[in-house]
Design a protein around this ligand. Structure first.
Ligand code: NAD
Length: 327
């Protein structure tokens, strides 16, 4: 491809991805499946690798999340809320492991977790009391949604220890609540939500807290923003500490010593995924030792010590299943 054609394609991809981001993050109403968005994003990443002069700072590849709604107070994230790099197949996971090994050596282990398909939030506690909760927003500035988060019963308003801490997690809507909500919306001749993720996001960004309270939202916490002052030296240790404080973490996590064990975890959850009472859109693999995480560092958009494995599109899975059945 010549530079001129690439430039034209890049421009078209910017326009499309910006539009899809707006629909997804601002309107909570995506018009295309996530797999289509991911395909276009990968295309843009490849073009930018091939033609680095076309990579601009406002490219969708360089940005986290979407715009911040004006109707909420803004919250500055002292520690940015980043996105995750993606893996779509076994090879991508092995490439990730190779990069990690190059940086920190052979001696490392991973924590594998479910990638909950919801909305990232940050919760701030002072002396054990819940004082502020916010959305990820654009990663640096989020929306203050404290009152809506206070309606989620699994968010402790007081911790088991009187410490000051900021923690991060994913708010989600269980499948059953999503189905009941969409049934109700259809009865009322309202537009149904496209998926539980958008339903959760739409519920949290309501000005009327009664609406969020009625939506049966839940949360899993998956990280501590700053572990510097704590007696924690691994991600698995941080998760155990969250449990001790009274937070809800996802118990389906597993420590894996090798990338083969990680791939085994991916295969298991690709099978078991439909049995879960909530939606996951993939799995997250994180280097366990915090010292090694520090060595690996970050890109502009995501940590180098973690990767999100994304499941193939549902449509594709369904087609494969129906082919299997008809044979
Ligand atoms: P991401 O979904 O690829 O991954 C980052 C997010 O994963 C984190 O912010 C966190 O919220 C979440 N997460 C869930 N479980 C986690 C765990 N255990 N540990 C750590 N993080 C966990 O990145 P993103 O920037 O949030 O969203 C991009 C994705 O959103 C796209 O790849 C696409 O699938 C979807 N999207 C779709 C459209 C559309 O139009 N359909 C538009 C924009 C984005």
């Amino acid at each position: 491809m010549d530079l001129q054609t690439a430039e034209k394609e890049v421009k078209e991809l910017h326009q499309l991805l910006n539009q899809y981001n707006y629909e997804y993050y601002v309107l909570d109403q995506p018009s295309v499946p996530d797999a289509e968005y991911d395909r276009l994003m990968q295309k843009l990443i490849q073009l930018e690798e091939e033609f680095p002069q076309l990579k601009t700072s406002d490219s969708p590849t360089q940005r986290v999340g979407g715009q911040v709604l004006e109707m909420f107070e803004k919250v500055q994230h002292e520690i940015p809320m980043l996105s995750l790099g993606n893996a779509f197949n076994e090879q991508d996971l092995r490439d990730f492991d190779r990069r990690v090994t190059q940086a920190v050596g052979e001696d490392h282990s991973y924590v594998c977790e479910l990638k909950i398909d919801g909305l990232a939030v940050s919760l701030r506690y002072e002396d054990g009391l819940f004082v502020q909760g916010s959305t990820r927003g654009d990663g640096t500035i989020g929306e203050d949604i404290t009152s809506n988060l206070r309606t989620i019963r699994s968010i402790p308003l007081r911790l088991k220890e009187n410490i000051s801490i900021e923690v991060r997690g994913e708010v989600f809507m269980p499948k059953r609540s999503f189905e009941a909500l969409n049934k109700l919306k259809m009865e009322r001749e309202e537009e149904p939500f496209a998926n539980p993720r958008n339903a959760a996001a739409g519920s949290l960004r309501q000005l009327d807290t009664k609406i969020a309270a009625s939506r049966n939202l839940d949360i899993f916490l998956y990280s501590i923003a700053d572990t510097a002052q704590l007696d924690v030296d691994s991600h698995s240790g941080a998760l155990r500490f969250l449990d001790q404080l009274g937070f809800k973490t996802n118990q389906e996590r597993r420590t894996c010593e090798t990338i083969d064990e990680v791939i085994q975890f991916v295969q298991e959850w690709t099978e078991k995924r439909p049995q879960l009472p909530y939606e996951i859109d993939g799995l997250v693999v994180k280097v366990d030792a915090l010292e090694q995480q520090e060595q690996l560092g970050f890109t502009a958009k995501s940590p180098r010590w973690a990767i999100a494995y994304k499941f193939p599109a549902e449509e594709v899975v369904t087609t494969l299943k129906s082919i299997e059945l008809s044979v």
